[in-house]
Design a binder for this molecule. Structure first.
Ligand code: AMP
Ligand code: GLY
Length: 424
């Protein structure tokens, strides 16, 4: 079986690593890939948004299954292009990927189907938004409707901040067309948890829980990033929370999408907040999280390719997912200055230290080959991941492994998994 993976980050490295474990998989390609993915896959120089070229490549190379890792191509309709060409592809069609692509859509869906989420209003017009804010309670949350690299969410403490936020999103268009519409929603407090799931249009099977650290600096200070580290499972995701979410959030979301004529096939990532009034949905994503995939997939016992095929064929109800009874922690090694500006092209030394060490992974995010060496090529460079019997052991192992690699301007947070201590 030949597999093509579309994407180039740490998430796609974890997907490639997991795909390689299926005995039927004889060859993996990744477009465009990176220097770490190259250990499992042949990297192909086609961009993730070049749908026609990707589909032609898949046809010419008799690809049996294409896995879309990233949000942009999914929201842009890559799955529809592949299906039109008769190609097998794992991911939601454009009309279902809107679950991530439009926050206004997802909020309206939750309201219509009584799925717990923060109270909100949608706005197309900045004047109406400003009028609404005059009577609102603070803090309040402003969200650009479309994809904004995880940066389109502003938490505003005062009316002045919120008015400036409306200008940033809707008038200055700091997040581009993503800001043509906006959601204004109630500010919630509580623990955040991410739950990823496989969905076949009707049936949903959730994976183990995880938690991300989105801010750049220790103590959750600094700018929002794609994610500076993760751990799995979340000690706050109890059996009771899971029971509630299965009944009132997960299956109802899948049923709602089917009822709207937008059956969802692929990964739904539930961003949840565990509030005093119970779990509520913060956001949906239509793909694996990055770096959530880096802690969830190493703990998954079930074969990923088999499950993806079952999703495409609508046979997911025949399967249960199994996870190791252990824990995993991922610490992102970034280039100092991320997410604003940073140097690229610095040599990465010490990657060989990971070779042959069970339970330790250096998933590559922003890396490239140059003159026979592996160099930094992005803000997030590596996702150093380790497993352990407990979260504390996994965390100690992951931080130990961060010392095995060196590059100029290496930067990391030192408090990934701090919540582990707070759970005691
Ligand atoms: P999102 O991209 O919607 O997940 O938002 C990014 C981050 O903003 C979340 O991970 C939360 O930390 C925060 N956030 C989003 N919505 C809310 C809300 N309604 N109340 C409090 N914090 C929020
Ligand atoms: N780590 C958050 C995300 O992938 O959206």
């Amino acid at each position: 079986m030949k597999v093509l993976i579309v994407g180039s980050g740490g998430r796609e490295n974890a997907i490639a690593w997991k795909a390689a474990q299926n005995p039927k998989v004889e060859k993996i390609y990744c477009a465009p890939g990176n220097a770490g993915i190259a250990s499992y896959a042949q990297c192909v120089d086609i961009g993730a948004m070049e749908f026609e070229k990707l589909a032609a490549f898949a046809k010419d190379n008799n690809i049996d299954l294409t896995i879309i890792g990233m949000d942009d191509p999914l929201v842009g309709g890559i799955v529809d292009v592949f299906e039109r060409e008769g190609l097998r592809v794992f991911g939601p069609r454009k009309n279902a990927a809107i679950l991530e692509g439009s926050k206004a859509f997802s909020k309206d869906l939750m309201k219509k189907y009584h799925i717990p989420t923060a109270a909100y209003e949608n706005f197309d017009d900045p004047k109406a938004a400003l009028e609404y804010l005059k009577t609102a309670k603070f803090p309040i949350v402003l969200k650009a409707d479309g994809l904004a690299l995880g940066k389109g969410v502003l938490i505003c403490n005062t009316l002045e901040e919120a008015c400036a936020g409306v200008k940033t999103i809707m008038e200055d268009k700091q997040f581009g067309a993503a800001g043509n519409r906006m959601v204004i929603e109630e500010f919630m407090t509580g623990r955040e948890v991410s739950v990823l799931s496989f969905v076949d249009g009707k049936t949903i099977r959730t994976m183990t829980s995880a938690q991300d650290h989105k801010r750049a600096k220790d103590g959750d200070e600094g700018l929002n990033t794609g994610g500076m580290g993760t751990f799995s499972p979340s000690p706050f995701y109890t059996k009771e929370v899971d029971d509630f979410c299965q009944k009132y959030i997960y299956q109802p979301t899948v049923d709602a999408m089917a009822a709207e004529g937008r059956p969802f096939v692929g990964i739904i990532f539930f961003g949840l907040m565990l509030t005093q009034d119970g779990p509520k949905v913060l956001e949906y994503n239509a793909r694996f999280g990055d770096p959530e995939a880096q802690v969830v997939l190493p703990r998954m016992k079930t074969d990923m390719i088999e499950i993806m095929e079952a999703c495409i064929d609508g046979r997911l109800s025949d399967y249960e997912l199994e996870f190791e009874d252990n824990a995993a922690v991922c610490v992102v090694l970034a280039s100092d200055g991320y997410p604003v500006s940073y140097e690229k092209g610095c040599e990465i030394r010490g990657l060989e230290n990971f070779r042959g060490k069970d339970g330790y992974y250096a998933f590559h995010a922003g890396t490239a080959f140059r003159d026979g060496k592996i160099v930094t090529n992005g803000g997030r460079v590596l996702g150093v991941t380790a497993t352990g019997k407990t979260l504390k052991e996994a965390r100690a192992n992951a931080y130990k492994a961060t010392e095995w690699v060196e590059f100029d301007n290496k930067y990391m947070r030192h408090d990934i998994g701090k919540a582990i201590d707070e759970a005691e």
